[in-house]
Design a protein. Structure first.
Length: 289
């Protein structure tokens, strides 16, 4: 009995190429979606961290005569091994019980020099609002968390001094991966927010000339939507050249901010200060406006 041959039909080259092209198109469409979903998840995680730090600050005020913590305090000479820097977030540990919440998921920087005299080993991805000079008023403490050191003695604001707590920034995103070059270039110690220097907070407001007040570090200025001057000639000038100032905006041009009333939200940085000179009432870095 004669066996009937089976007719097998293979893919043609054209069909194979069409299938490959379809897969490539789908991958090109889906991969960015996956990346955006991952970034959105990190943004949500980091916003939760900002919320916890913000609530920790509010709880701190309840125990310290309604006064916010200081941004940086040196118990001894900062330039010696006996010097010990107490940062704003260290003061919050009894309330947060966790230093890991200060390291944002999108911050790729790690402390490679935790034993340095310039570092307390805590990786910070957020900066405190320590402004003492704003667009509206000069040389007055206007940010809630004062910058305190042996050469700079100012007091933090109380909750009753802040006129608009729901729209006054307490802290904002400031990644070490953006700022690590700063104190490494200056002192040889670790850079960014793991440094013990008080310059790693937002100290000056948007319109202050850096040459006048010595704001040469990368992260001393608040955002300013009306900033047109590009500051040059500074070793650390990268962070003060644009409208975002010392605030990082890794989430599709947004950053996470905590407010003095305890809430947190994501914003484009310039939304916190569209134009401090012409519209000081919209400057969210000025707590006494």
């Amino acid at each position: 009995m004669k066996q009937q041959a089976t007719d097998y039909r293979a893919f043609t080259l054209i069909e194979l190429l069409v299938v490959i092209a379809i897969i490539a198109i789908l991958a090109a469409i889906l991969f960015p979606v996956f990346a955006q979903a991952k970034l959105a998840a990190k943004k949500t995680s980091d916003l939760s961290e900002v919320k916890q730090l913000t609530l920790g600050s509010v709880m701190y005020t309840n125990d310290y005569d309604d006064t916010f913590q200081v941004q940086n305090f040196f118990d001894a000479d900062w330039a010696t091994p006996t010097g010990f820097a107490t940062e704003w977030d260290i003061e919050l540990y009894p309330y947060t019980k966790n230093y890991q919440i200060e390291h944002a998921a999108v911050d790729s920087y790690s402390d490679s020099d935790a034993g340095s005299v310039y570092s307390d080993g805590v990786i910070r991805s957020y900066a405190a609002n320590s402004i003492t000079t704003s667009d509206a008023t000069m040389n007055i403490q206007q940010g809630p968390i004062a910058s305190y050191a042996s050469w700079r003695q100012v007091h933090s604001l109380t909750t009753t001094q802040i006129t608009q707590p729901a729209t006054t920034v307490l802290l904002g995103t400031q990644l070490n991966s953006d700022l690590q070059y700063m104190t490494e270039a200056f002192s040889g110690g670790p850079g960014g927010n793991i440094s013990g220097f008080p310059g790693v907070g937002i100290v000056f407001d948007s319109s202050v000339p850096a040459t006048q007040y010595g704001a040469g570090s990368a992260n001393l200025l608040a955002p300013n939507g009306a900033r047109t001057q590009i500051l040059t000639g500074y070793t650390f000038g990268k962070g003060i050249a644009g409208v975002n100032g010392g605030i990082s905006a890794p989430y599709a041009n947004q950053a996470n901010f905590g407010y003095t009333d305890g809430h947190a939200k994501s914003l484009v940085p310039v939304a916190t200060n569209p134009d401090g000179i012409n519209h000081p009432e919209l400057n969210q870095w000025d707590g006494i406006r």
